[in-house]
Design a protein around this ligand. Structure first.
Ligand code: SAH
Length: 348
């Protein structure tokens, strides 16, 4: 490291990253004085020697003093600078304009690099914030009643959009793909022989109403806590506005959230026709508390009969799918409690 006489300013702050490069400052480093040229070096321009630096700045002039000589003059026995003795150094001429240009170029480069990394940091923080918000809302949906969630989103509808952006981000990571695709394929297969326009489906917890968009020839009523589009009915699906016995199919695709699953199953029974199908897709790990068999044994108490289930035998399967047929209309609300484990996304 070499010092450039006349540029040093011992009073200047030692802050290295934010002070303007055009200000010539000195930085104490290992007991030695570091000049503005050190700054240039730190900004990315490296000089082999003081001579090279002079050539770069001045174009031609050779320095009159070597680094060793300068150092000899510069420090006394205690390593302190002796300002009195710079005879040959004072003769040194610099092209100050060119130097300023170089310093300003450095400054511009440093500023753009700094703003890029600031932007990167900002977008990383934003992404973190979005994920945390999604995880919080998701947790709320699983640990409170549908009614409480309905009120929560009514107060803050933007939170619902944030939740769904997070949900779709998660959906891209699912190892088994999107369970809604399987439901759509199954409905198409199962209704092959029926008049499609006569089939009435209720999509309970429809999210962005993707089911309705994928089955345009069927009558799909989309319900969710917030209506993200005009064809969605905003409600708590425990109390839907649908008529009793009006639906052929009720779909719960990852929407059995909330602590009152009992009310949703009851409502599905109410709105379905006898012989109508309740289709459920859920994350397998949610059944870890009661077990899948107990779930299959409990749902019939709500007037259903299991007709099909899949994903159970496949170890790697992430989702389970159930089809229950309505065989009875419920006359009582005294029904067994059904509790599934919340699906909480891990903090990464
Ligand atoms: N079925 C959609 C969305 C799944 S996300 C799809 O597969 O793309 C789960 C959805 O269920 C969320 O939009 C959530 O708001 C909704 N939901 C949860 N509890 C609800 C309730 N009580 N009433 C209405 N919708 C509910």
């Amino acid at each position: 490291m070499f010092a450039v006489p006349g540029w040093e300013n011992d009073d200047a702050a030692t802050e290295m990253t934010t002070c303007p490069l055009s200000e010539v400052t000195s930085v104490k480093h290992s007991g030695r004085s570091m000049s503005a040229s050190g700054r240039i070096i730190r900004q990315g321009i490296k000089f082999e020697s003081f001579e090279a630096f002079c050539k770069f700045v001045d174009g031609s002039s050779k320095p009159k003093v070597s680094w060793k000589d300068k150092k000899k003059h510069q420090n006394d026995d205690h390593g302190c600078r002796d300002n009195s003795d710079y005879p040959s150094i004072k003769k040194q001429k610099f092209n100050v304009e060119k130097l300023n240009d170089v310093l300003n170029e450095d400054k511009a480069e440093a500023t753009s690099v700094n703003s890029l990394s600031t932007l990167n940091k900002l977008s990383k923080s934003e992404a973190k914030l979005r994920t945390s918000r999604f995880r919080y809302l998701n947790q709320q949906l699983y640990t409170q009643t549908g009614e409480a969630s309905f009120k929560m989103f009514k107060k803050d509808p933007a939170a619902f959009k944030a939740y769904h952006e997070g949900f779709m981000e998660q959906a891209l990571k699912w190892p088994d793909g999107d369970p809604l695709h399987k439901i759509i394929m199954d409905i198409k297969k199962q209704c092959k022989t029926s008049r499609l326009e006569s089939i009435h489906i209720a999509d309970f917890g429809c999210g962005e109403a993707r089911l309705a968009r994928s089955l345009p020839s069927m009558k799909v009523t989309s319900l969710d806590l917030v209506a993200m589009s005009p064809n969605v009915t905003a409600c708590d699906m425990a109390n839907s506005p649908l008529n009793a016995g009006s639906m052929d199919i009720v779909v719960f695709c990852l929407s059995l959230m909330g602590t009152n699953l009992k009310d949703y199953l009851y409502e599905a029974n109410r709105v379905l026709k006898i012989g109508g199908i309740m289709k459920i897709a859920e994350v397998k790990s949610r059944f870890a508390n009661i077990g899948v068999d107990a779930f299959i044994a409990t749902v019939p108490k709500y007037g259903f009969k299991i007709v099909c289930n899949s994903g159970m035998d496949e170890d790697k399967s992430y989702f389970l799918f159930f089809d229950f047929k309505k065989i009875d209309t419920l006359r009582t609300k005294k029904l067994p409690v059904v509790i599934l484990k919340p699906c909480i996304y891990k903090k990464r």
